[in-house]
Design a protein. Structure first.
Length: 303
């Protein structure tokens, strides 16, 4: 793995970080500009779709005959991003899991605070099941807030009596909106992307008066019993590192099969930089192998 790659990436991220004090509309504009400068690879097709009335993006990779479906939840602290901006990273997962990916374009705060995102995610999953997709052929995935939403959707689906997918893969999950993780302080100088102040400014947009410790807002506090296997990845240069660690501990305590994969010296959602960061590609490879194994195992059980 290249120290030079990591140093170069961190410098770029620090130079281009979105100002914490800027408005939501300005942050969205900057994010759209950056996403448009990184188009999806030529062999990736992104098509508008809907799941139960919820907008989505269907992402396929040329040359791959999809055997499974990944339901993807994008990041953006519940106020930024969309299903199309996350298509490149989502496609990287689909490529490795031999799956089509459907990225959910859930409603964003502050216009649509909690529980809008949680409701949309559950409706999208229910629609996928209603359309005849076997839950054993489905995996959830998500990055940052989307990682937290993926786990919250597992909890919500379980509590609604729905059959659960084969596995979930979450990258740098934003799983505690109380911001109580120890690495909020210990990693703040190392994190080139996020800060406690930037996160704190956006929490009320989403929670809108609800307790941020609610299980479907901060799944690090949820009862995770009965969930399918979780694959949790994070880097050591991010303030959300402790969210990943505590989420894995909560899962293990609930007898959930969990893989906690921590990569040293890399930032938040480092997998998104796989084309220029060896550690990102390697982490996606590991997760893809695990996802494929969980999907194959679930398919055998339900056959």
């Amino acid at each position: 793995m290249s120290t030079e790659q990591r140093v170069s990436l961190e410098a770029v991220l620090r130079r281009s970080s979105i100002p914490a004090g800027s408005s939501v509309s300005e942050q969205r504009r900057l994010l759209r500009e950056r996403a448009s400068a990184r188009p999806a690879p030529a062999d990736v097709t992104v098509t508008p779709a809907r799941l139960g009335g919820v907008p989505a993006a269907e992402i396929t990779v040329d040359g791959i005959e999809p055997r499974h479906t990944v339901l993807y939840f994008h990041g953006g602290v519940y106020v930024l991003g969309d299903a199309f901006q996350s298509a490149d990273l989502a496609a990287q997962i689909g490529r490795r899991a031999q799956a089509r990916v459907i990225s959910v374009d859930y409603r964003l705060a502050p216009e649509h605070p909690y529980p809008a995102a949680v409701d949309d995610a559950l409706v999208a999953y229910q629609a996928l099941l209603h359309d005849g997709t076997d839950p054993a052929d489905i995996a959830f995935a998500g990055d940052s807030a989307g990682g937290g939403l993926a786990v919250a959707t597992l909890v919500n689906a379980r509590d609604h009596g729905l059959p659960l997918p084969a596995a979930a893969y979450v990258m740098s999950p934003y799983a505690d909106l109380t911001l109580a993780g120890a690495t909020m302080d210990t990693k703040r100088d190392l994190d080139p992307l996020l800060s406690p102040e930037a996160l704190r400014a956006r929490v009320p947009d989403y929670t809108a008066g609800h307790d941020p410790a609610l299980a479907l807002i901060s799944p690090v506090f949820a009862d995770l019993s009965g969930l399918p296997p979780l694959i949790i990845q994070a880097g050591t240069h991010e303030v959300l590192l402790d969210d990943a660690i505590r989420l894995a501990r909560q899962a293990a305590t609930a007898d959930v099969a969990v893989t906690l994969d921590i990569t040293p010296g890399v930032p938040h959602v480092f997998q998104a930089y796989a084309p220029i960061l060896d550690e990102g590609a390697a982490a996606l490879d590991r997760a893809g192998q695990l996802l494929s194994a969980h999907l194959a195992s679930a398919a055998r059980v339900t056959a």
